[in-house]
Design a binder for this molecule. Sequence first.
Ligand code: DON
Length: 580
Amino acid sequence: MRQLHQRVISSVTLVTFALFSVTARAAAPPPVEAEHGMVVTAQHLATDVGVEVLKNGGNAVDAAVAVGYALAVVYPTAGNIGGGGFMTIRLRDGKTTFLDFRERAPLAATKGMYLDDKGNIVKGASTDGYLAVGVPGSVMGFETAREKYGTKSRQDLMAPAIRYAKEGFTLNQADAAELNEGKKWLSRDPATAAIFTKSDGKPFAAGDTLTQPDLASALSGISDQGPDGFYKGPVANAIVKASQDKGGILANQDFEQYKVRELEPVKCDYRGYQIISSPPPSSGGIIICEILNVLEGYPLSYTGYASADTVHYMVEAMRYAYVDRNSALGDPDFVDNPVGKLLDKAYAQKIRDGISPYKAGVSKDLMPKGLGESHETTHYSIIDNDGNAVAVTYTLNGSFGAGVVAPGTGILLNNEMDDFTSKPGVPNLYGLVQGEANAIQPKKTPLSSMSPTIIAKDGKPFMVIGSPGGSRIITITLEAIINVIDFGMNIQEAIDAPRIHHQWLPDKVYMEPHALSPDTVKLLTGMGYTVQVDNDWPIWGQSAGILVGGKSLGDIAKGGGARYNGAMDSRAGSGLAAGY
Ligand code: DON
């Protein structure tokens, strides 16, 4: 029956379904409309900073830099200068590029650094405290972006962040809740606790002010001296000293040798849309493309959002793609990534040939050789009046990273080292079972799932999208894309719609609450799937997206939509889409 569907549905019918289908739409507030520029971030003050930069004649890259620094102050759970990330850029003339400012392993890192003498993982070693810290890249990343593609001075772009750090900012309910949820983690290191917990031991409440004077002076140093204000001198010295005092391996050389990589983004075509996304050391772009290539062979707009058929195709595509993610990909300076193969449409056809239309696949049947058996990042999307588009995902990895701040710096440090394979076959923080390609080596970057993505259509920007969510970043971003392209949702609906996720191992279909109806779950169970809500992680990543030309494909087809349509995930309590 399903194969018959595929044969009889003409592409015209598919397009009609995609544009005008009104079935199974998520309820969501309308996207935010604007004509000249749009900024979507997980913290409203940072969004306002970005909009001001655009209004004052800065371009999307300028705004991205100012937002990056602002989030480091007003969104400490993930915004950072002590972590790293990726920036995907598509300029008005169609040129695309990608900046990799993710963390690198310290020079003293070793493959088995998180194992005890019996070869077992030391619990918490790759996530807690200084041993978990990779060499941060955000400052060098923002400065590289600004110098190459921005137009404004560093001082201009950093001023709002410095002001919020020095004078403080007022917490709203969601800001306070984030800090309160992290209280235990933030209390273990005295320098961290002094900033991010209250001295009277009480929880934060809406209306409280968070002031970060040490961070203000670190930011001022960077503003005055550029990256040297971070990678050389007092800030680097303080981090290295704290690391040496507390069991870490960071050295001044690690900071001095840090470099940003400018790379070609990964590109693929999905039903006539050009996807531009993150290349290795991210797995994101390749795996999104691999899944989309497989899904392109199925009539998703006909099978419909959240139906058993659609979920079956999605899960099988995800299963195959995550095997490739976890076994074959790694830092391109260390590993020969099979990018061509994984992006090949013929490879996607081979995968489809292995998918039964009637029953679930079995993950362990796909086991590659060499493998045995609350979390935070943030994404923001920006587009300016000229059509320059920027997608940034950056992270400390876990919520508030390693939970450590070197005394005097005010800078929360990442625990990105956990993204490496500590031991082949043993799951990391996100349950990823990974292999040798992602093993630890000095100066190597751990494999990421971050997927800052820009989509173009007919040579023009169409969508800017991305999300936090650990290993789920890939499927969250993917689902926002197909919700718009295949299911006709508007950008806010596409982001808010409950999601499903499969990552090969564990061999389970995770769903957000209410993502699938009980009878859909029953159908999937009958096909051999284990479907469940993930109680350890009830709320998944928070997408930030922009659609150009209308709020949905139907709106665009009618020709009357607003130029820019922004949507911040309704799951994000403090986020905001705003434009002008
Ligand atoms: O780079 C990665 O794939 C992870 N460090 C991202 C972590 C993350 O998204 C946590 N946020 N929810």
